[in-house]
Write a protein that binds this ligand. Structure first.
Ligand SMILES: C[S@@+](CC[C@H](N)C(=O)[O-])C[C@H]1O[C@@H](n2cnc3c(N)ncnc32)[C@H](O)[C@@H]1O
Length: 229
């Protein structure tokens, strides 16, 4: 029988196979400014930063057997840490070194199976057919080249789970921590993940985990889709 620390090491061994040899993010001027912006937000522990896991995530994984998850743009790791506490093995990537430092500290203190890497989605060498779950929470710069790679990184039956602002956010009076957010339309997100079977693709007016309008809500898009078996 494996002890708890042995099984943690085994899971970490699995993780190390997925890790890149070196960090190669943020070579461009634009990339550097995004890194600096997010580093500063996380260093200051901005009071509007969400700490609770996404309710959409909590509801969506209820009853699903834990496996290997990738949290893209994990921030301070509220969702990655939640998944790990629920028995998942998690790789988290983010362009912010400060976010990565905070998540790895927390995971180490709690002995959780989370490995956070300073890596942009664009530079991360996604392993093929590896993840049971890919989280994309409030990441508003997804490009087709990346979503096509993300689809291939899912195991058959594996899912993408996304919550972001809906494109209608352009007409809402919302100022996010790092500027006016850009949102996705239902059509855009379905086209970005056109190799998957859509399970949920819903626009809702609900309380966002990030910034809200004067009514305390924001137009959001919730999306889950699975790789066909
Ligand atoms: C709005 S925050 C969301 C954080 C987290 N997903 C959450 O919901 O709490 C967006 C995060 O994405 C990260 N990010 C932005 N562009 C990225 C990219 N191209 N690759 C990886 N991370 C990125 C930022 O550093 C930031 O931590």
């Amino acid at each position: 029988m494996h002890t708890e620390s042995e099984s943690l090491l085994t899971r970490r061994g699995l993780l190390s196979a997925l890790l890149p040899a070196a960090c190669c993010v943020c070579q461009t001027a634009a990339g550097q400014s995004a890194v600096e912006r997010w580093d500063s937000v996380y260093r200051q522990r901005h009071p509007r930063l969400p700490v609770q896991p996404s309710q959409f995530l909590v509801q969506s994984i209820d009853g699903i057997k834990p496996g290997l998850a990738l949290d893209v743009g994990m921030g301070q790791g509220r969702n990655a840490l939640y998944l790990a506490r629920a028995g998942w093995t998690v790789v988290g990537i983010d362009i912010s070194a400060e976010a990565v430092r905070q998540v790895n500290d927390r995971a180490q203190r709690e002995r959780l199976s989370v490995r956070a890497l300073q890596q942009s989605l664009q530079d991360y060498a996604l392993p093929a057919a590896s993840f049971d779950l890919i989280l994309l929470m409030y990441l508003h710069n997804l490009q087709r080249a990346d979503t096509q790679r993300l689809q291939r990184a899912l195991r058959p039956g594996g899912r993408v789970l996304l919550e972001a602002y809906h494109v209608d956010v352009a007409h809402a009076d919302i100022s996010a921590i790092t500027g006016v957010p850009r949102g996705y339309s239902e059509q855009e997100i379905k086209a970005l993940f056109d190799g998957l079977t859509v399970q949920v693709c819903q626009r809702v007016d609900a309380r966002s985990d990030w910034s809200n309008g004067p009514q305390g809500t924001a137009p959001l898009l919730r999306f889950t889709a699975a790789r066909p078996r």
